[in-house]
Design a protein around this ligand. Structure first.
Ligand code: UTP
Length: 405
């Protein structure tokens, strides 16, 4: 305990011990466990440590829809062979808080059905089963959860019989958590014996998977690639054979599905080269002049908007695992324990959360194949209740693609 006291004092976080003496023995033990588990380094990001700055930005060459169509059979053949021999594992990122959707339940348990229940997880499993049928093999599925939604997610899958997917091909793993701080960098308490934590962003998926010991799991024995995707795109093609085949044949270490931007100002991260390295530049980082640049045929030069569906080469991930990925500081509303010992739910942003982002991994991979997909067929994100990227827009796109709601 003495060490913890000293440690917290050195970190400028001694206030976290305010209620320690009031805790039960089990509560004290649990509190100390939290202190040991936290990655305290992330707080340094408040002072700009580890931030990446952009260098000279240039366009990146990728595969257009037409180019893919031309070689589709060849790509599919290579992809199916890889999937059949267990070389590809699917990684479902489901550790987010889904705050914009306004439900505290895991996003994947959200029902997007109209005349029948159709849960987001269910729709994703249906999409995955389609690939399994096409290639005659079951694909390992790794589901990343967070401490906040892990139990609920596992129970949900069990209660629904894994939506007909073989449960012995599914693994769950919990992502790491990061502390939440006020604007002065002081970590919040959420309860007297509980430090305020939030999931550390989707960039930590690989380190969390390694920490969970999954690399030694027999279902990943032959895995050479990870297809990582977001929970909220209900039109997601998972372990898409043509995408897998095209990436393998390109001899690149990473592939990224992308949609063509509809307008220069569309709010989507754009694939490009940054000082010669493949990178994703957020829409607000791209100057309007650059975003508006067009080729002679009128096509936008910076046109590949990412949809969070990547294929990563496993061996390369292992090589870069020790490299630092930048920590992003995000302003959020953070519930906390007030000075009077009562819980406070702030109406406005009152502090920062720390997140690493999967898009930064692309840069560390060294090279990347942008792979264009048709947004009407593959991109229906459920981010908000209504408006853009919402339950309504996703439903309309599902119907367009023949899904009964
Ligand atoms: P988003 O960036 O949309 O975040 O996540 P979110 O937490 O789901 O939603 P908001 O912003 O609170 O409304 C993109 C993908 O990354 C996953 C999400 O589950 C989603 O699949 N993710 C995000 C994680 O797995 N862990 C995280 O810490 C953050």
């Amino acid at each position: 305990m003495k060490n913890v006291k000293e440690f917290l004092a050195e970190e400028g976080q001694a206030h976290l011990l305010r209620y320690f003496d009031e805790l039960s023995d089990a509560g004290k033990e649990d509190f100390l466990r939290q202190v040991r588990q936290i990655d305290w380094k992330v707080i340094r990001a408040l002072h700009g440590e580890g931030r990446w700055s952009h260098g000279s930005v240039a366009p990146i060459e990728g595969l257009s829809l037409a180019q893919i169509e031309e070689r589709k059979a060849e790509y599919e053949k290579v992809g199916v062979a890889a999937l059949k021999s267990g070389k590809v594992a699917a990684v479902l990122l489901a550790g987010g808080m889904g705050t914009r959707l306004g439900s505290s339940a895991p996003k994947g348990t959200f029902d997007i059905g109209v005349t029948r229940p159709l849960y987001i997880f269910q729709q994703l499993i249906e999409n995955l089963k389609e690939t399994c049928r096409a290639c005659g093999a079951d694909i390992p599925l790794l589901v990343m959860t967070s401490e906040r939604n892990d139990d609920q997610t596992r129970v949900f899958f069990r209660e629904h019989g894994f939506f007909g997917y073989p449960s012995d091909m599914v693994r769950f793993f919990v992502q790491d958590m990061a502390p939440c701080v006020d604007f002065n960098g002081k970590v919040f308490l959420e309860e007297k014996g509980r430090i305020a934590l939030s999931p550390n962003g989707n960039g930590g998926w690989y380190s969390s998977l390694v920490r969970a010991g999954l690399l030694n799991d027999p279902i990943l024995k032959h895995a050479e690639w990870f297809n990582v995707f977001a929970v909220d795109n209900v039109l997601q093609r998972i372990a898409d054979p043509a995408f897998v085949g095209a990436t393998i044949l390109s001899e690149k270490k990473c592939g990224a599905k992308a949609v063509k931007k509809v307008a220069p100002e569309e709010r989507v991260g754009v694939l490009c080269l940054d000082d010669g390295k493949p990178s994703i530049i957020e829409y607000y980082e791209l100057s309007p002049e650059t975003a508006n640049l067009r080729r002679a045929d009128g096509e936008l030069i910076y046109r590949y908007g990412v949809i969070l569906n990547y294929l990563f080469h496993a061996e390369t991930l292992q090589k870069i695992a020790s490299e630092n990925i930048p920590v992003h500081v995000v302003k959020k509303k953070i519930p906390y324990l007030g000075n009077d010992g009562r819980p406070v739910s702030p109406e406005t942003e009152n502090g920062y959360k720390f997140e690493t982002l999967i898009l930064d991994l692309v840069r560390l991979m060294g090279d990347c194949l942008p792979y264009e997909v048709d947004r009407e067929k593959e991109f229906a994100p459920v981010k908000n209740r209504t408006g853009t990227d919402s339950v309504d827009t996703a439903r309309a796109l599902l119907e367009k693609n023949g899904v009964k709601l």
